[in-house]
Design a binder for this molecule. Structure first.
Ligand SMILES: [Zn+2]
Length: 243
């Protein structure tokens, strides 16, 4: 997997103008884990920053989301959200278990946000698809000393990326270290259309006898192959002749 620079580094446009940013479960988990209390003044300022396009140069990679957030006074801050990733063996087990289950297959391909995939990881291999608020490491270069590191710039980044996850769920998988599985192949047991039958062509008279060669069986003083050859020629002449 490679790091992805979103929008070529341009500010992320947040399309949601609701009080709550992040509609799907993965987007919600990202926002609520990064911003433990979404009802604070800081969270509200972060929401407004995200909606104002203050979050740019967003790089999503395994275990990390980093960006530049421009504050209301024009100062620029380097912000990141880090969390330990899902173990590769756990993810591979989930991808295998998802085979044949349409909704889960779309989820492991990063095409849809799924609560069931998180449940599958939890119950099968004891891994967490989403980190908890405590498991997230927040970092910002601003002087705010919010005890958990959840300053308004961190909130802005979380909301902006949550909104992006609603458009492209694979961003969440990338952050969690879960390489999206290849899109679901067609059912290998279902054959495609049959090829058109080849044109059949009558063999020339005696072709089989010529291919087989001499039989070694004598009939009427000649080899059986020669006797049959003469017989076939006679039959063919009869059928081809005038009725
Ligand atoms: Zn900050």
């Amino acid at each position: 997997m490679t790091a992805r620079l979103l929008e070529d580094g341009a500010p992320l446009a947040v399309e949601t103008h609701d009080a709550r940013i992040g509609a799907g479960p993965w987007a919600r988990w990202l926002a609520s884990a990064a911003v433990p209390d979404e009802s604070t003044q800081r969270a509200e300022r972060g929401r407004r920053l995200a909606q104002a396009g203050a979050v740019s140069r967003v790089i999503v990679s395994e275990g990390s989301i980093a960006a530049r957030v421009t504050g209301t006074t024009g100062n620029e801050y380097e912000v990141s959200l880090a969390a330990d990733t899902v173990p590769p063996s756990a993810w591979q087990a989930a991808v295998r278990a998802a085979r044949g289950h349409g909704g889960l297959e779309r989820a492991v391909a990063g095409e849809a946000q799924s609560v069931h995939l998180a449940h599958l990881l939890e119950t099968r291999v004891g891994a967490h698809l989403a980190p908890t608020a405590r498991e997230i490491r927040r970092s910002c270069t601003c002087p705010d000393d919010e005890p958990r590191g959840a300053c308004k710039h961190v909130a802005a980044l979380a909301f902006a990326v949550a909104d992006a996850v609603d458009r492209d769920p694979s961003l969440f998988l990338l952050w969690r270290g879960c390489p999206p599985a290849d899109p679901v192949p067609a059912d290998p047991w279902r054959a495609g259309a049959l090829p058109a039958p080849r044109q059949t062509r009558a063999l020339p008279t005696g072709a089989v006898l010529r291919r087989l060669g001499r039989s070694g069986i004598r009939a009427g003083g000649v080899d059986l192959a020669d006797a049959l050859g003469r017989a076939y020629d006679a039959f063919a002449a009869t059928r081809a002749g005038p009725a």
